[in-house]
Design a protein around this ligand. Sequence first.
Ligand code: CP3
Length: 346
Amino acid sequence: MSKIFVDACFRKETPYTPVWMMRQAGRYLPEYMEVRAKAGNFLNLCHNPELAAEVTIQPLDIVGVDAAILFSDILVVPNEMGMKLDFLKGEGPVFDKPIKTEADLDALIGGEEAANKLTYVYETIKILKQRLPQDKALIGFTGAPWTLATYMIEGQGTKTYNLCKKMMYSNPEFLHKILRRVTDVVKFYMEKQIEAGVDVVQIFDSWAAAIEPSKYDEFSWKYMVEIAEYLKEKYPHIPVIIFPKGIAAFIERGLVYGNFDVFGVDWGTPMALAKEKLGEKYVLQGNMEPCRLYSKEATTMCVEAIQNIMGGTGHIFNLGHGILPDVPVENAIHFVKECQRVSKKA
Ligand code: CP3
């Protein structure tokens, strides 16, 4: 059976424009909180294939999205490379020993050996392949090497990225060494997710906008291109989505090379601009401001506006970044219904 989400990634005609939500599983769902409590904490949940599969499916049943995004986190990759990770209440992710020296990097596990340690992710995918309805796609994912490196170098989320940027300008060779190590793991990781059964892969470059435009290609885009080329050569039938958040200002710079199928547009980028610059090369995904979910009226207005710009093929509805924990579930359901209503073909 064909999956409309995959068809849409390849710009094929579909009955309506499919929709999913970034961070569609999570704290806004009481059902998620229940399972997380059973697991003990967030990382335990990521490590438990049975429970991770359960929370992956929840948003399909509850909010009615057209694709499931694998429940995991981008930071399991550096974690399995050997960096101890904790999710602290109110602080988010923290690595206890960030990379400072060549010896720190050399101590990490690399390549296929690191990718082989992520068995719980592949197990989750295998369970999901059995449980998901035939017409729903499963999206696997990774962080972009740059976004992963920001956490590995800073040790946690950051507003200024000063440690990464000190390295970028004073020791770029070392930053490239880190990015190379991460890229080599991610290529195997994505390949193994595909072999386990995902239908689509997405690369999250959430902190793309931390890099100045003239350096973005060198420190992020080219590594994502390398990953995509590697996957596309082996698995041309698997769509590759990229989400480089916040780079609207330099979309003009010709960052349009690379074998990607879908470009995730963040909520700060006008959809009409994205369409003008990128719509011919890529199917566009996005891009409602997630806070519109606080109001049904604001949601409907935005969904209609996006449909007016994007109507037809070449688009997938999505939020322009992750959903927030205090959004009412009924508003999330309203978003999905409205996307399907406005885009339904006769
Ligand atoms: O439903 C889904 O979207 C799938 C699961 C998913 C999670 N994280 C679960 C999660 C995905 C795709 C991610 C990706 C991710 N993780 C990104 C890239 C996407 C983006 O939003 O930009 C990033 C930067 C991370 C790193 C990360 N993980 C942070 C910064 C945090 C803390 C966020 C916060 O609000 O506290 C996490 C934790 C996390 N990952 C949660 C979930 C559901 C919340 C954990 C919880 O308390 O249950």
